[in-house]
Design a protein around this ligand. Structure first.
Ligand SMILES: C[S@@+](CC[C@H](N)C(=O)[O-])C[C@H]1O[C@@H](n2cnc3c(N)ncnc32)[C@H](O)[C@@H]1O
Length: 265
């Protein structure tokens, strides 16, 4: 189900990498294999699944076995910035989606990508640009919802998130220009980047869904952050104020992502 939802991104990454039949692809931070299995479907001769998580690698191994694809797959437990176990100049294409957001040493990761690609090999990297709109999210009460007299409470809740995930966290500490720079400094040429940035009204959602979800796996839910920062009476005031705004979609949504495509000369 999740794989279906993400099929559009998978296709953009594989198209961006110009994967051809018979090639070898390395999926860095493969997770459940969104990109890797897509590459096998498109006729890649061999796919290397790499991830830091042993559990996710064994999930992919089991899936490959079940699909009768095991002979065309190999599995490497490695971080994006230390691709030990992947030989120099051994892959035609390196693809990755939503992984650099977890990597502090991003320049080093690009150097590793360069090392494992054969000359003429391509990278396609899709990443959310979470620093887009960060300033506005920090400035505006309750990120994007009007604060109406509750800005001090909003600020206390915001600080809970900021302490756990400060602006220099790997998820927030880069933008699309950094990606271009990392690629160029690693030696890639030519380089192309597509950016999609959106500012629009938030989708109306049920309050309990909003309160019990979190922006990313590292941070608490909104309800948990309120529990830490506010008294029960304050929580009630915030809930009363925010609930209709959330349920009517009265916030401002800011989001961007980038697709970087580059070649090792
Ligand atoms: C959001 S998931 C994306 C999974 C997959 N690329 C996809 O498109 O569905 C992030 C993945 O990156 C992996 N990961 C996290 N830190 C990593 C690192 N430093 N190096 C390599 N993979 C990492 C996680 O284990 C997880 O599988």
């Amino acid at each position: 189900m999740m794989l279906e939802k993400l099929a559009g991104t998978r296709d953009r990454v594989l198209d961006g990498a110009r994967l051809a039949e018979g090639e070898t692809l390395l999926d860095v931070g493969c997770g459940e294999g969104l990109i890797a299995f897509g590459a096998l479907e498109r006729g890649a001769e061999h796919v290397v699944f790499a991830d830091i998580s042993e559990d996710l690698l064994s999930f992919c191994r089991d899936t490959a076995d079940a699909l009768g694809l095991a002979e065309r797959c190999s599995f490497v437990q490695a971080g994006a910035d230390e691709l030990e176990g992947v030989a120099d100049a051994s892959v035609d294409v390196l693809a990755t989606r939503s992984v650099l957001i977890y990597v502090a040493a991003k320049q080093r990761a690009f150097e590793e990508f360069f090392r494992v690609l054969r000359p003429g090999g391509r990278i396609a990297i899709w990443e959310p640009i979470n620093s887009f709109g960060l300033e506005e999210r920090m400035r505006d009460a309750f990120w994007s919802f009007p604060g109406n007299g509750l800005t001090d409470l909003a600020e206390r809740v915001r600080r809970v998130f900021e302490e756990i995930q400060p602006p220099d966290d790997p998820m927030l500490d880069f933008d699309e220009r950094d990606l271009i720079r990392f690629a160029e400094e690693a030696g890639f040429y030519p380089i192309e980047l597509e950016l999609k940035a959106e500012i629009r009204p938030t989708e109306p959602i049920a309050w309990h869904v909003f309160a019990n979800s979190s922006g990313n796996p590292k941070i608490p839910t909104f309800a948990e952050a309120m529990d830490v920062a506010l008294t029960p009476a304050e929580r009630e005031r915030v809930t009363e104020h925010l609930r209709p705004l959330v349920e009517e979609g009265k916030g401002v949504w800011r989001m961007a992502h980038a697709l970087l495509k580059a070649t090792k000369p």
